[in-house]
Design a protein around this ligand. Structure first.
Ligand SMILES: CC(=O)SCCNC(=O)CCNC(=O)[C@H](O)C(C)(C)COP(=O)(O)OP(=O)(O)OC[C@H]1O[C@@H](n2cnc3c(N)ncnc32)[C@H](O)[C@@H]1OP(=O)(O)O
Length: 316
């Protein structure tokens, strides 16, 4: 089966309710992460016509605050297919009068699963028929093919402080007894924010997820151990590194890991943290890339014709 990238598009719209927002009145990052994974899972499942596993979520930026009563529109596309993996772009936008700025963007890699739960050929491909589709296909094929070493990465040896444990319940799952990636991200956003608050008690908002690798599946009945620590503090932002282990009848195994950036909004706007700290020198590089990308994303808007990401690529 062959479909143009444009033909894979899936749209979902949501209304923001009071229980979705933090004390500042802006949307909790965990809800947004869950909804982005929903939008990505739908478009990947639709193409694969089978179960798909979320394996990797690349830098995901929150570029526009969202408040109660906002209408948020999500659009997702399959932008590249390899043997058994499906690369997906998800964008969300928020209505502001007659304009719709980009609220978030996420790039995800899913893997098609066979009946036995193992990766299986997708059996479908996407092609480009317009200029923006060619731009995205060329960009994402290059990006995806450069990712292999990151997807296979085990976290470096050495533990971070253990922040908490969770028991995986049936309501946390997606297929059979596998924990849903959107639900894990929902919990991780809260736990990483707690790591930030343990470092300094402030009001933090999630600015970005700087990558997360879903290395192994987590099953119902597993106990998840979340380790997290602040590894970088800038003027008003800090990064939390986290590692996730699952413990159960199959022993203790490393299942996921990544980084999230939070901004101190205690003063109602980005507020100095009062001390700078660099535990992980790579965090500086992640921050520079993230800041540049978020700036580029703030300059593009919803367009009926194409993803905002295409406009951003043209400008860069
Ligand atoms: C929708 C959801 O939320 S699902 C629930 C959350 N996600 C999960 O539980 C997934 C946990 N991770 C896993 O189960 C495994 O790491 C998998 C299925 C992603 C990959 O399994 P592996 O045994 O490494 O697969 P294998 O070596 O056969 O490679 C198969 C494909 O997976 C890709 N792959 C391997 N690891 C990853 C990863 N972490 N992220 C994305 N793709 C990956 C490979 O590049 C290969 O792609 P290709 O066929 O297009 O070239």
């Amino acid at each position: 089966m062959r479909r143009s990238i444009a033909d894979t598009k899936v749209e979902v719209t949501r209304l923001i309710a009071p229980h979705h927002v933090n004390p500042l009145g802006t949307l909790y990052g965990g809800y947004m992460l869950h909804w982005l994974v929903d939008a990505g899972s739908i478009v990947a499942t639709d193409l694969a016509e089978a179960n798909v596993a979320l394996g990797y979520l690349d830098r995901m930026h929150f570029v526009e605050p969202i408040r109660v009563g906002d209408i948020v529109k999500f659009r997702s596309w399959v932008v590249y297919v390899r043997r058994s993996s499906i690369t997906v772009l998800v964008e969300s936008y928020v209505k502001r009068g007659d304009k719709m700025p980009l609220a978030t963007i996420a790039r995800m890699i899913f893997v098609k699963l066979g009946e036995d739960g193992r990766p299986e050929p997708v059996g479908a491909e996407v092609y480009a028929q317009s200029e923006w589709e060619r731009l995205l296909l060329s960009h994402f094929s290059e990006w995806r093919n450069s990712m292999e070493h990151l997807l296979r990465e085990e976290r470096p040896a050495g533990d971070l402080p253990t922040l908490g444990h969770l028991l995986v319940m049936p309501e946390d799952t997606i297929y059979g007894n596998i924990m849903y990636g959107g639900k894990l991200l929902y919990y991780l956003d809260q736990l990483a924010a707690i790591a930030a608050m343990n470092f300094k008690p402030n009001i933090y908002v999630t600015a970005s997820v700087n990558s997360i690798n879903f290395r192994r599946p987590i099953l119902v009945g597993d106990v998840i151990e979340v380790q997290a620590d602040v590894d970088y503090v800038g003027r008003t932002s800090l990064e939390v590194a986290f590692k996730v282990y699952a413990k159960g009848t199959r022993g203790r195994r490393y299942v996921a890991g990544g980084y999230m950036t939070f901004v101190n909004m205690t003063g109602g706007r980005p507020t100095p943290l009062g001390e700078e700290l660099i535990k992980d020198p790579d965090a500086l590089r992640r921050k520079e890339i993230g800041v540049a990308e978020a700036k580029a994303l703030r300059a593009v808007y919803y367009s009926e014709e194409e993803p905002a990401y295409a406009a951003m690529l043209r400008r860069s």
